[in-house]
Write a protein that binds this ligand. Structure first.
Ligand SMILES: [Zn+2]
Length: 361
């Protein structure tokens, strides 16, 4: 099948001529020959023939920023099933919260609870309690005080990991151990220092450790060591690390950070790095946490790691399908069938979801 620009322009796109309805029209990239795409097969699947005559438009070229379905308030993540929040609403909620103190601040934390992930919930509870007992303090002052209270705790968590790192270093060839131990000694000094200018940073530590390991002969112990180092507490895995990181930040940034893991994102079913397109047929709304955890893992592997995903995906489809059917999202008419097809393809037929608005055979 060959699609020329002329045919494209004449094509009656879901009831309205392309060009007449700019908002629903696919973006310009679509009108160009798509030969540049690495995956030639996708070119065909975007234009499916119907009755052997007219091509049926499938999916819509669209940047992740323009994916409309991630703007639905309280939509559940297609992967973990937790409630998500559109970016605009994060800004609104942060603005409503940042200047609150005392009981009002505690109340704001309660209202936003449904969006918090476990660590954020723990932090929000601490903030609420502290605010009730210290009604004059702003969020940033509270986080600073919580940091002072929790810093010893963080040190203990960090040192536990450092102990494990030392145990693994002891298994390295003798002549490599010296510089590795030396590096860990220096890092532990930083942990103990807790000075305002010099303090231990997890990311920096892991980066430097990787650099150091580059200078050492290959052994599977290297990967083991990095894996252990990844377990060092960070603001996503430890409330104490959260306080340490955000003890010097402003009110607004802290509130936003609490909501960030729940921000709805457009996730590529087939990762871009593996040739996936910026097309609605390749997008599902997923929370920031799932999106960053998955990174560019192929869907086929990702869904094996998330046993609850098939059910959450079906819930996502069941939730979205009636909204599209009642005309809330013009241009998304084929969306449900498109993603069912994309997911089936990406999981090599292992995950077959149902369109609730279609009779199943
Ligand atoms: Zn999620």
């Amino acid at each position: 099948m060959k699609i020329s620009k002329l045919q494209f322009n004449n094509y009656d796109f879901l009831g309205s001529k392309v060009g007449q309805n700019k908002k629903n029209a696919p973006q310009s990239g679509f009108a160009l020959p798509l030969v540049d795409y690495a995956d030639g097969r996708k070119f065909v699947s975007l234009y499916k023939k119907q009755d052997g005559k007219k091509p049926l438009f499938q999916g819509m070229n669209c940047s992740t920023g323009h994916f409309e379905l991630k703007k639905i308030v309280d939509l559940e993540c297609s992967c973990c099933g937790q409630k998500m929040i559109p970016l605009d609403v994060v800004k609104e909620l942060s603005a409503k919260t940042e200047h609150k103190k005392g009981e009002e601040l505690a109340h704001r934390m309660k209202i936003m609870k449904k969006y918090f992930r476990p660590i954020e919930q723990e932090v929000a509870l601490d903030i609420a309690d502290y605010a009730r007992n210290h009604p004059d303090l702003s969020i940033s002052q509270i986080v600073k005080e919580l940091n002072a209270e929790n810093i010893e705790n963080l040190e203990t968590q960090q040192k536990l990991v450092m102990d494990e790192i030392r145990e693994t270093i002891a298994k390295f060839p003798k002549n490599d151990q010296g510089k590795l131990f030396n590096f860990v000694d220096k890092s532990e000094n930083l942990i103990e220092l807790k000075n305002d200018e010099k303090f231990f940073k997890r990311k920096k530590f892991i980066w430097a450790l990787k650099q150091l390991l580059e200078t050492i002969e290959d052994t599977p112990l290297k990967d083991e060591l990095i894996q252990i180092a990844q377990a060092l507490p960070n603001s996503e895995s430890s409330a104490s690390a959260f306080y340490a990181k955000y003890s010097r930040r402003g009110n607004n940034e802290i509130v936003r950070r609490l909501l960030t893991p729940a921000i709805a994102t457009a996730e590529h079913i087939k990762p871009r790095s593996l040739g996936g397109l910026d097309n609605t047929a390749n997008y599902i709304a997923e929370c920031g946490t799932c999106n960053s955890t998955r990174s560019s893992m192929p869907y086929n592997e990702w869904f094996k790691q998330m046993p609850e995903m098939p059910e959450n995906l079906q819930d996502y489809i069941n939730n979205i399908a009636p909204r599209i059917a009642r005309g809330d999202y013009p241009g998304y008419e084929t969306y449900i069938d498109d993603i069912i097809e994309s997911i089936k393809e990406e999981t090599k037929g292992k995950l077959i979801l149902k369109n609730p608005l279609k009779e199943q055979n």
